[in-house]
Ligand binder design. Structure first.
Ligand SMILES: Cc1cc2nc3c(=O)[nH]c(=O)nc-3n(C[C@H](O)[C@H](O)[C@H](O)COP(=O)(O)O)c2cc1C
Length: 406
């Protein structure tokens, strides 16, 4: 047999690595294959206290663990011999098309996770035609989002205050800044007890001890970005001139009731979404009031520990609220960490799901590229699973596709 010298052009296609390119790529980000690995990368790139703030839940963190466990008990009942050469993930969310059945949940303090904060995340939403929700506890104001990311579909998350005038200021601010929806969060009569944050001193106001402080110093890139950009602040309360502790004490109002929702419906002409629903009865009452959507949520297990699991209560709430396509829409959230989780929720009756930690892991791991990777990964996982289970579009995902194993 005639021999030849090994040729680079024959070897190269077999290799899973390549010579470094300039500008240098984030190789560690590139190597991650799913959201679980992005979470691990995130834990290495920000201080422990910051990671714990995102990753943690209330008390024993059982609510979160149970939500994740129920997702792992999902069984897909595939249908085969269907033409799935094309799948369409477009989803109607409160009257408009969204590229995916995924909404970015409101999360406070985003600039602590990555210095570019909310505008960076909103930009990814804009580029991917997804909805971005800005938290009342955000580090960017509603107007700043409007100025910096004018094309993004955006909702403002509100904590209703007894002081109606103050609440109205927030609502008018959101309206002027082109926010199409208001999310009223109602699972926060008081703040949940988060042991990780208490231990780390990451409370409002902060009580950062020496250990946490030195640990932060071990992440020089994170430190440098934080110190060389505008100071961290709750942008909504920028002009309040009150200490953080006083602001924190007023944010959660334990006296909010259904009457307040009716009042909000009367003063806000945009879309109204109520977040933190955990019972069939409450869902029914809200549908009767005529809200545009409810979010079945236990706040990602960050408020009441040992609360109901959104995915488990979803079918019953769907039955009580009525068929998809009419009236109040239903979204769910909590522990959504893969495309399969999204599909399971849609099949069991959700119109869309919210992700919180998932995109924050991306932000902590690699800023904008990390958040984009989260979107790409979820899209890829959804497309693949839909083809394998024989569903061509979101409307075809019906309950027969899913069994929850015990
Ligand atoms: C770091 C962090 C901050 C959050 N801040 C808020 C908030 O300000 N307002 C709110 O309504 N929900 C907030 N949430 C809850 C999310 O909106 C959402 O319900 C939850 O993250 C869903 O669970 P997941 O993180 O497992 O996806 C926060 C969640 C996280 C992780």
């Amino acid at each position: 047999m005639k021999r030849q010298f090994p040729r680079w052009k024959n070897i190269k296609p077999l290799l899973g690595w390549s010579l470094p390119k300039f500008p240098l790529q984030d190789r560690k980000l590139k190597k991650t294959v799913n959201l679980a690995e992005l979470r691990v990368l995130a834990s290495k790139r920000v201080p422990k206290a910051v990671f714990d703030y995102v990753d943690g839940g209330a008390n024993d963190e059982i609510s979160y663990k149970r939500s994740a466990e129920v997702f792992s008990n999902v069984q897909f009942n595939a249908r085969v011999l269907r033409d799935v050469s094309k799948v369409d993930l477009t989803t109607r969310i409160v009257g408009q098309d969204s590229a995916l059945p995924i909404i970015f949940a409101p999360t406070g303090y985003t600039r602590m996770m990555h210095y570019e904060g909310e505008p960076m995340v909103a930009k990814v939403c804009e580029e991917n035609n997804l909805i971005y929700s800005l938290s009342t506890m955000g580090t960017t104001s509603s107007q700043e989002i409007a100025d910096q990311v004018p094309g993004v579909r955006r909702w403002f998350q509100l904590y209703l205050w007894r002081d109606r005038n103050q609440s109205l200021q927030f609502i008018y601010g959101a309206k002027d800044a082109g926010f199409e929806g208001l999310i009223l969060t109602v699972d926060t009569a008081v703040g949940g007890i988060k042991w990780r944050d208490i231990r780390n001193g990451l409370t409002v106001p902060p009580k950062i001890g020496l250990k946490t402080f030195f640990d932060m110093a071990l992440k020089p890139r994170w430190w440098a970005n934080l110190l060389t950009t505008a100071p961290l602040e709750f942008a909504t309360f920028r002009n309040f001139n009150k200490p953080l502790s006083e602001i924190a004490a007023t944010v959660f109002d334990p006296a909010v009731t259904f009457a307040d929702v009716k009042w909000l419906r009367s003063v806000w002409q945009g879309k109204l979404i109520i977040k933190g629903i955990q019972s069939v009865e409450d869902a029914k009452q809200l549908a009767k009031i005529g809200v545009d959507a409810i979010i079945i949520s236990n706040h990602g297990g960050r408020q009441l520990d040992k609360s109901v699991v959104p995915l488990e209560i979803l079918p019953e709430i769907r039955k009580a609220v009525g068929k998809k396509g009419k009236g109040t829409q239903i979204f769910i959230d909590g522990a959504v960490m893969s495309g399969a989780d999204v599909l399971a929720a849609i099949a069991l009756g959700a119109d869309a799901v919210l992700i919180g930690r998932a995109y924050l892991y991306g932000a902590m791991a690699a800023g904008r590229a990390g958040v984009q990777k989260v979107v790409d990964t979820l899209r890829f996982e959804m497309e693949t699973a839909m083809k394998l289970m024989g569903a061509r579009n979101i409307a075809e995902l019906t309950p027969e596709f899913v069994t929850l194993r015990k």
